[in-house]
Design a protein around this ligand. Structure first.
Ligand code: EPU
Length: 424
């Protein structure tokens, strides 16, 4: 297992280029199952979660080759319809193969993902939606066994109780090959859902209402393989905005989708950052972020897109720990996503937790310490705190970080951070 050793106190300066999005790559890789042929995805980030999806697709019988940032998946040889526990337990997003397998092969068996560090994370809405499309869903021995009716899944009207990103993605993929029209109401509007819809349309799917809460999918009889370039990772982008902010640095972030980050950019401007650069309503841009000597406090509340993303909450909290004044950070998506607060407190942060609300009293100084996190974004928050802290911070168990941040220590070192990876 690896750890990161960070000598804090350096202002980050220079240029960083954003990698492809993890949460857009994973559903796109799952969607390759829908076509009988070879799909090609480019700008896929080099992450442990991508390797897990590669292992899963290979287990199903697909031929997968990843060459740098290009992934080739030939789904014509799929012969196994089971996502086993050994793979699903490593990555909950493995459940994204359920919809595509059921749609193309009429059957799928996937291990039920358990709870995880940030919350219970059930997939009941995914399963209920598939049942409404006519599937028989059986839960036994820790597995979901789903069987489509003779003649395949049928279009249905599905209303989500709460907005679910992978739930919307799973059912949208299932609906592409169903008979008739499926309407997904209260669908998630995250940019990753939009990107998946665009990739599916390129494969021949008929989807309307993209980017709105009501998505309509008219089933087609078959799809062609995908050729898709994955868009930039908005959470990696936001994390580098936070890195410039917390160190009082000056960083040019290249290849960012400013339109996907409005809530984050606005928030960092409010707390004293200067953010310059064109902000087109569509397409990538470069933004230059200058952090102040001392950040200001903020009150934030996480919410589904276009609200402030839960996946940036931990990183913002690290910034609040050194801001001037008292901040209130409310987490509304995950019931247990404050693990970083306890570790930040070990570095001298003054944080009080009241259920889903954290009250953060900013202190001018954090002090380096050995810290450990149990989820990806919490680990990122500890790295940010370490960049700002006096002395040495060791962030242990960084395999969480490797799940979601492509070459993080190299990118930080290129900006002048003193950070090294070592065996734990
Ligand atoms: N939920 C249910 N039932 C369901 C599905 C979801 O109760 O069937 C609940 C969840 O427990 C949660 C809420 O609904 O309280 C929202 O969960 P959602 O389904 O939207 O989350 P997800 O699809 O499992 C994706 C991202 C997460 C991100 C969330 C919220 C991927 C692979 N994962 O998860 O990303 O936090 O949406 O935006 O896209 C990360 O990258 O660090 C990460 C955790």
């Amino acid at each position: 297992m690896d750890k990161l050793i960070i000598e804090g106190g350096r202002k980050l300066e220079g240029t960083v280029t954003i990698s492809g999005s993890k949460n857009a790559s994973l559903p796109a890789l799952a969607a390759t199952i829908l076509a009988n042929g070879k799909s090609v995805l480019s700008n896929v980030p080099g992450l442990a979660d991508i390797q897990t999806m590669e292992a899963l697709l290979s287990h199903l019988g697909a031929k997968v080759e990843i060459d740098g940032n290009v992934a080739m998946v030939d789904a014509s040889s799929i012969h196994d319809l089971e996502a086993p526990y050994e793979i699903v337990r490593k990555m909950r997003a493995s459940c994204l193969v359920l919809g595509p397998l059921l749609a193309r092969f009429g059957r799928a068996r996937i291990s039920l993902p358990g709870g995880c560090a940030i919350g219970a994370r059930p997939i009941d809405m995914h399963l209920h939606g598939l049942e409404q499309m006519g599937a028989k869903v059986l839960l036994e021995h820790g597995y979901v066994d789903a069987v489509a009716p003779a003649g395949g899944l049928k279009g249905a009207k599905i209303v989500f109780d709460v907005s679910t990103v992978t739930g919307t993605e799973n059912l949208m993929m299932a609906a592409t090959l169903a008979k008739g029209t499926t309407v997904l109401e209260n669908a998630a509007r995250e940019p990753e859902v939009v990107e998946l819809a665009e990739a599916l349309i390129q494969m021949g799917a008929k989807i309307a209402g993209i980017g709105t809460n009501t998505i309509q999918v008219e089933g087609v009889s078959s799809l062609r393989p995908m050729e898709h370039t994955v868009g930039p990772d908005r959470i990696e982008s936001g994390t580098f905005v936070a890195a410039a902010a917390i160190t009082g640095g000056d960083v040019l972030i290249r290849g960012i989708r400013a339109d996907h980050l409005e809530a984050v950019i606005t928030q960092f401007e409010k707390i004293g950052c200067q953010i310059d650069g064109a902000r087109p309503t569509h397409g990538v841009t470069d933004l230059r972020v200058k952090g102040p000597e001392r950040l200001l406090a903020a009150d934030i509340r996480t919410a589904p897109y276009p609200g402030f993303p839960t996946d940036m909450q931990a990183q913002l909290m690290a910034c609040m720990a050194v801001a001037e004044g008292t901040s209130h950070v409310e987490e509304t998506i995950w019931e247990n996503r404050f693990m970083h607060a306890l570790e930040l407190m070990r570095m001298g942060a003054d944080i009080a937790l009241h259920g889903g609300l954290a009250v953060v009293k900013g202190s001018a100084i954090l002090s380096g310490a050995p810290v450990m996190a149990t989820d990806l974004r919490a680990s990122a928050s500890l790295v940010l705190a370490g960049l700002r802290a006096q002395g040495t911070t060791e962030v242990l168990r960084i395999y969480h970080l490797d799940r979601g941040y492509d070459k993080i220590e190299r990118k930080l070192a290129a900006l002048g951070a003193q950070v090294t990876r070592a065996k734990q």
